[in-house]
Design a protein around this ligand. Sequence first.
Ligand SMILES: [Zn+2]
Length: 95
Amino acid sequence: MLRIQCPWCGVRDETEFRCGGESHIARPPEPAAATDEEWAEYLFYRRNPKGLQFERWLHVHGCRQWFNVARNTVTHEIVEVYKMGQQPAVRTGAE
Ligand SMILES: [Zn+2]
């Protein structure tokens, strides 16, 4: 089981949280002007890396706040936790 550091509540068990998938997915600035491929990319396509990934998590059984987690998908090590609207200090090396 993961132990996750909520930015507002502190360290809690994974069972208190829900993962919301990859973070930092930018909505096309003008959706009506986006092509079908651009819209499909926004809605469905994700990096799914082996290694460091940035994810959104919700503290559903706590403060009900969303936040970001940088997690290694191989080891499940949580490298960094940071608030929505912030950028991670760590980098994947892929960007
Ligand atoms: Zn919380």
